[in-house]
Ligand binder design. Structure first.
Ligand code: GLU
Length: 509
């Protein structure tokens, strides 16, 4: 093991394209990447698509998109090639076939002709006898002539690895130390399937060797297969890479393993897939910061750090092997923080796709809309996710006619009546007709003077105006909102609000 501990690491992220990338997978990739960058090594992307039944071909691009989104660039991979191309296992079938044959030739693996029906009957019988289920090694004992017969018949077969019948297998996990397993507990697993595709056990071991992988970071669910992997690697006479089984991520309840789907815990919906986090408006930098601390800890006190600092401090040995639930609240908090650090230009650019999608507006129109230049900075402090912006800003992009003034409470200030509110709207309108320049600060000054002059509380004047401007009780700061809408549009809205109140008067009268 020591052989690999120093120097430039070669690590691989080896997802199976069976669906969208979830946060657990992204965390594995992130730790791979951190280790490669820290050691000045290489981060390799390998697609493990040998399980043809579970294959979802579109998920390859989704996986790549997720990695790119987080800023995890790879040095070798299916799209960019590299010294060990191809990096898609389905394109390397011949390599695995040859390796499986080499083991068969040496008696370390054997062809098994048992039909799925026979295996099922065998398992049923084992269950009936309350014995552990597993392959009974019937084909391991076939004589040469029995094999020749079956081959002559053209029977389909798989290749199984021949686990030593006695002894123990020892492997080391960097986080858990030495683990010993009695070989009698191990199965003669299939390494090459009847369709000619290898199973994970063979393909991953062969590729990790040929691609000169020094460290294997993978989910804890693979821990139980590590003894078999050790035996396969030994059978070829290769060196074992350093194994690091990463802790499981638990769902927010802390009870179950995090699922690949959105999950509702205590009435709250939690996201699981990487693209869902992207769609909700989490910033890659915030996610990077957050995930780095899931299973590893940058510092007991400092919560916020840069990518460079993370690379600098990251240590595989410090990963905590115990499972932990994701602290989602921390992600929201971090995201709010990273949003507040964006420059005005970056914030606007980040918001445009969200507002476009959620409010049905064209991105080009939004890019050229000065309302957004004024309003984006004022909601910056108020949002934790980019998808919250639409709820703050929808009114600014509606037509006056589409604003709903039917809720009188919206336009009538506290301790005020309809008449009083109409007066406030009128006073506001006459002021806005002339105020110069038409900018938040001067508008605010004029409004305060007006409130003094009328001898009313500022809030009594601002309340109805706010309702008229946005049609909402809670909205971004009023004077920036007025400036953003512009003189004409604000006056139009105040006029409509006034009409709504007047109708109320007639209805009541
Ligand atoms: N293809 C395996 C998976 O997606 C990879 C496990 C490993 O990293 O070795 O779970």
């Amino acid at each position: 093991m020591a052989k690999f501990s120093d120097g430039a690491a070669r690590v691989r992220f080896a997802p199976s394209p069976t669906g969208h990338l979830h946060l657990g997978g992204l965390r594995t990739a992130l730790f791979d990447w951190l280790w490669a960058r820290k050691t000045g090594g290489k981060f390799i992307l390998r697609i493990e698509d040998t399980d043809r039944r579970r294959l979802e071909p579109e998920s390859v691009s989704s996986l790549m998109r997720g990695l790119r989104w987080l800023g995890l660039d790879w040095d070798e991979g299916p799209d960019i090639g590299g010294p060990h191309s191809p990096y898609i296992q389905s394109e390397r079938q011949e390599v695995y076939r040859k390796h499986a044959q080499a083991l068969v030739d040496r008696g370390q693996a054997y062809r098994c002709y048992c039909t799925p029906e026979r295996l099922e009957t065998m398992r049923e019988e084992q269950r009936r006898q309350r014995k552990p289920t597993g392959y009974d090694r019937r084909c391991r004992g076939l004589s040469d002539s029995e094999r020749a017969e079956r081959e002559a018949e053209g029977l389909p077969s798989v290749v199984r690895f021949a686990v030593p019948e006695e002894g123990v297998t020892v492997f080391t996990d960097l986080l858990r130390g030495e683990v010993q397993v009695d070989n009698r507990q191990l199965q003669d697993e299939v390494i090459l399937k009847a369709d000619g595709f290898p199973t994970y056990h063979l393909a991953a071991m062969v590729d990790d060797h040929l691609m000169q992988i020094t460290h294997v970071l993978r989910g804890e669910e693979w821990l139980s297969t590590a003894p078999l992997h050790r035996l396969i690697v030994d059978a070829f006479g290769w060196d074992m890479p350093v194994l690091v089984h990463l802790p499981v991520i638990l769902d927010p309840s802390g009870k179950g393993k995090m699922s690949k789907r959105k999950k509702t815990v205590a009435g709250k919906e939690y996201l699981a897939l990487v693209h869902e986090f992207e769609d909700a408006g989490y910033l890659p930098d915030a996610m990077f910061n957050f995930l780095t601390n899931v299973g590893w800890n940058f510092d007991p006190v400092e919560e916020v750090f840069s990518r460079e600092e993370a690379i600098d401090r990251f240590q595989l040995e410090e990963i905590n092997p115990s499972a932990a639930a994701l602290p989602y609240e921390k992600l929201d908090w971090l995201n709010g923080l990273y949003i507040r650090e964006l420059t005005a230009g970056a914030l606007k650019a980040a918001l445009i796709p969200f507002l476009s999608r959620q409010l049905g507006l064209r991105e080009d129109d939004l890019a050229g809309d000065r309302k957004l230049d004024i309003l984006a900075p004022v909601i910056q402090e108020r949002i934790k996710r980019l998808d919250e912006a639409a709820g703050w800003l929808d009114w600014a992009f509606q037509d006056a006619e589409d604003i709903n003034y039917n809720e009188p409470k919206l336009l009538i200030g506290r301790k005020m009546d309809v008449d009083g509110s109409i007066q406030m709207l009128q006073a506001g309108a006459s002021l806005l007709e002339t105020v110069e320049p038409f900018a938040a600060e001067s508008i605010q000054g004029a409004f305060r003077e007006k409130a003094d002059e009328l001898d009313v509380k500022a809030g009594s004047l601002f309340g109805p105006i706010r309702g008229a401007v946005s049609g909402k009780k809670v909205s971004p700061p009023l004077f920036e909102s007025i400036e953003a809408l512009g003189r004409e549009e604000t006056l139009r809205r105040i006029e409509r609000a006034k009409l709504a109140l007047e109708n109320l008067q007639t209805d009541e009268g």
